[in-house]
Ligand binder design. Structure first.
Ligand SMILES: O=C(CO)[C@H](O)[C@H](O)COP(=O)(O)O
Ligand SMILES: [Fe+2]
Length: 221
């Protein structure tokens, strides 16, 4: 029997002028986590939001805030995001020359650490820190923008990560980018158990139907 799958809508595709209502709509629709994409214009070409927005979200939701840092030198901001109310902080291995130290810094704040892999990054890059993290985020698009097409080969990393994680049944493997009812089954079959979806959820008026269609697509896997 496969592990239960959690849905983490990405607010990247939400209406930022109505963020509280947008979060409430996906909460009512059954979202498990709220995925927050932080971009700095350096590590990725786009710029989004920072700790003040996370602090504002913290005041309007009890759902776990899953903060995905797509920023250069993330060590500078870990404490700020932790203080703002993040439940999880995920850093990119490509942005962390001292990855183990960065993971320890996240853990020291009381926040659950995660590591993310770009599509071109081999899974071996996180092999020796798997026991130190709570989550591995496998990017299924190149980071920086919502609404891009899913890259199918990226999910081939997931069975390797699961194998290396051994009996770490609690390790979350999250996929992020281009997830919709047609691609979610590929990720879940490979072993993903957290699905981030931005445009496939916030791009539709009926959020319950949007989440429901993804869950229905994976129901029999
Ligand atoms: O990290 C991200 C982009 O870098 C986003 O979380 C991701 O792209 C979600 O958007 P979509 O589901 O529309 O692809
Ligand atoms: Fe993301």
């Amino acid at each position: 029997m496969r592990r239960s799958v959690m849905m983490a809508p990405s607010i990247l595709s939400a209406d930022f002028a109505r963020l509280a209502e947008e979060v409430e709509s996906v909460t009512q629709a059954g979202a498990n986590w709220i995925h927050v994409d932080v971009m700095d214009g350096q590590f990725v070409p786009n710029i989004t939001i920072g700790p003040p927005v996370v602090a504002s979200l913290r005041r309007v939701t009890d759902l776990p805030l899953d903060v995905h840092l797509m920023i250069a030198n993330p060590d500078r901001y870990i404490e700020d995001f932790a203080r703002a109310g993040a439940d999880r902080i995920t850093v990119h291995v490509e942005a962390c020359p001292h990855l183990h130290r960065t993971i320890q810094s996240i853990r020291a704040t009381g926040v659950k650490p995660g590591v993310a892999l770009n599509p071109a990054t081999p899974p071996e890059m996180v092999r020796w820190v798997l026991e130190d993290v709570e989550l591995v985020l496998v990017m299924t698009v190149n980071p920086g923008f919502g609404g891009q097409a899913f890259l199918p080969r990226t999910v081939e990393k997931i069975p390797l990560l699961r194998e290396w994680a051994g009996d770490r049944d609690d390790l979350c493997v999250e996929v992020d980018g281009g997830i919709d009812p047609s691609t979610a089954p590929k990720a879940v079959k490979a072993g993903a158990d957290v699905l981030v979806a931005g445009s496939a959820v916030f791009g539709r008026a009926d959020r319950k139907k949007a989440l429901g269609d993804i869950l229905e697509a994976i129901a029999h896997i």
